[in-house]
Ligand binder design. Structure first.
Ligand SMILES: NC(=O)c1ccc[n+]([C@@H]2O[C@H](COP(=O)([O-])OP(=O)(O)OC[C@H]3O[C@@H](n4cnc5c(N)ncnc54)[C@H](O)[C@@H]3O)[C@@H](O)[C@H]2O)c1
Length: 217
């Protein structure tokens, strides 16, 4: 497909750009709901308070060209952005640790809209094994290797207690997982060819508190 970016193109995109592109996508979707057919970077800029030239630069990584004055076609921009960001391909994942956070992620159907489908989860709690959350089956952790053969999965979501974060990571990688979405506060160590994305609500809280203090003084 002509819209499909090549692997080397994706690798070149700076991370801040990759973080901003989903904002543009959400914003352009809102404009579509309002009946808009075209959108300019100036228009997006007003809505989300990012410099228009930055937006145009970010969008230059995406395979779309705007027309002078009218801007980008809304439908085409949505399609190309979703494709570029990998939200249209469904990426299957396993989740480890169905506690308060893991359970919440299993209940979040929003992940599917962003291309992540958790197809099965693993825990050691006998009360959970054999049950389903949001239609997702929960197996004993010892079944992981078997289930890798059954499902076509490359991503592992890590929501286990911090003490076993490294051990579970090692198990996942030995079983063939290529990318770990790490929610534990532990800095997991992985081989070079493995992708790790650390995500922490609490790190964002620290930033918010710091800015709040700054504004109050
Ligand atoms: N990133 C964030 O913003 C954020 C937010 C909340 C919690 N956390 C982290 O997420 C992790 C889970 O937190 P929680 O509050 O859901 O804890 P929790 O105790 O509610 O859940 C942990 C789950 O892991 C299971 N577990 C234990 N050993 C296991 C094994 N060998 N294999 C599979 N599952 C196993 C437990 O049975 C339990 O269900 C912790 O590391 C916590 O620090 C991160």
């Amino acid at each position: 497909m002509s819209n499909q970016p090549q692997k080397k193109d994706i690798a070149k995109v700076p991370e801040p750009t990759l973080r901003r592109l989903p904002w543009y996508l959400s914003n352009v979707k809102l404009l579509k709901q309002k009946g808009e057919q075209y959108v300019s970077s100036t228009q997006i800029s007003k809505e989300i308070n990012v410099d228009a030239s930055q937006i145009a630069k970010d969008l230059s990584y995406v395979n779309i060209s705007g027309r002078t004055r009218v801007g980008y076609e809304v439908d085409a921009l949505i399609e190309v952005l979703e494709d570029f960001l990998g939200f249209t391909d469904m990426h299957k994942a396993f989740l480890f640790g169905v506690g308060s956070l893991g359970g919440a992620l299993l209940r979040d159907s929003g992940l599917k809209h962003f291309g992540l489908e958790i197809v099965a989860a693993f825990d050691v709690n006998p009360n959970l094994i054999g049950t389903h959350i949001n239609g997702i089956p929960i197996f004993h952790s010892s079944e992981f290797v078997n289930k890798m053969k059954e499902y076509d999965v490359h991503i592992g979501v890590l929501t286990v207690p911090i003490e076993i974060a490294q051990q579970i990571t090692d198990t996942m990688i030995a079983g063939g997982i290529k990318a770990v979405w790490n929610f534990t506060p532990f800095r997991i160590r992985v081989p070079e060819n493995i992708v790790v994305q650390n995500t922490s609500l609490y790190a964002h809280l620290a930033v918010m508190f710091n800015r709040l203090n700054f504004n109050e003084h």
